[in-house]
Design a protein around this ligand. Structure first.
Ligand code: APR
Length: 233
């Protein structure tokens, strides 16, 4: 399959953990997934943070170290190149690892927040990039800083959801890469794109419950599927 992206007005790359798998960042589900090694109840929910903020922050530092040891792969580079050559490209990602931005994408909607931000309950969001957090506590008021990530039981930021939904509604090509399609509202995005007449392509070595919605599926990893998928502009 070769896609001529110039034939589409608005293209959304909708990505999940499988997008970063070939960079070495573990996925959440499946064998070797983060949630089979760590109980999310202890590390990825507000209750865990309130019970032991230090433990939760230390876990996220481990994830930051793991992500910084990885690099975007050729699949990320293809998506970044597509944004350079096409004015209607948006990335809607469930990933918190910042890999698309590291590869060069600018229009990235992060549905589930970012490993590279912290939040003070009183002083708002702070950008903090590095293996270690600069401080676990707000320098202004001393409150514990919480990773600016959507954890289990959290609501998504309504502004971010509406921006993402708008991009999905407007797109005429949706390329979904590396998501298991079980976490909502993101799991509903392919259906929204379909209802609005977009062409839907799935890149994922494994089928899942949402796979039937796609017009075409590529059953290989992102790193081998993306190079060569688009006609050179
Ligand atoms: N290329 C493409 N897809 C891959 C690859 C690869 N190399 N390797 C694995 N996959 C696929 C798996 O088959 C699976 O369908 O990536 C998907 C990863 O699924 P999850 O681990 O469930 O990740 P995701 O869908 O992003 O999870 C959604 O769940 O825990 C929360 O907030 C977390 O954002 C995350 C959300």
């Amino acid at each position: 399959m070769e896609i001529d992206s110039s034939g589409y007005k608005n293209i959304v790359y909708f990505t999940g953990a499988g997008m970063s798998a070939e960079s070495g960042v573990p996925t959440y589900r499946g064998s070797g997934g983060i949630w089979s090694e760590y109980r999310w109840q202890e590390y990825a929910c507000q209750t865990a943070f309130e019970e032991d903020p230090q433990k939760v922050l230390a876990f996220h530092e481990l994830r930051r170290q793991a992500v910084l040891a990885c690099r975007p792969h050729t699949g990320h580079d293809v998506i970044a190149e597509q944004e350079r050559v096409h004015s209607g490209v948006t990335v809607v990602t469930q990933n918190i690892d910042g890999m698309h931005q590291r590869a060069g994408n600018k229009k990235v909607i992060e549905l589930h927040g970012s490993l590279w931000r912290l939040r003070c309950p009183w002083h708002g969001v702070i950008e903090d990039i590095g293996e270690k957090y600069q401080s676990y506590k707000c320098r202004g008021c001393g409150s514990w800083l919480r990773p600016d990530i959507v954890w289990f039981g959290d609501s998504l930021d309504p502004g971010v959801v509406s921006e993402a939904t708008g991009a999905i509604r407007n797109c005429d090509l949706l390329v979904s890469i590396g998501t298991s399609g079980v976490v909502w509202p993101a799991a509903g995005f392919p259906q929204i794109a379909r209802e609005n007449g977009a062409r839907l392509i799935e890149i994922n070595p494994e089928p899942n419950e949402m796979s039937h919605l796609y017009d075409e599926t590529i059953r290989t990893g992102a790193g081998s599927a993306l190079p060569g998928l688009f006609k050179k502009q």
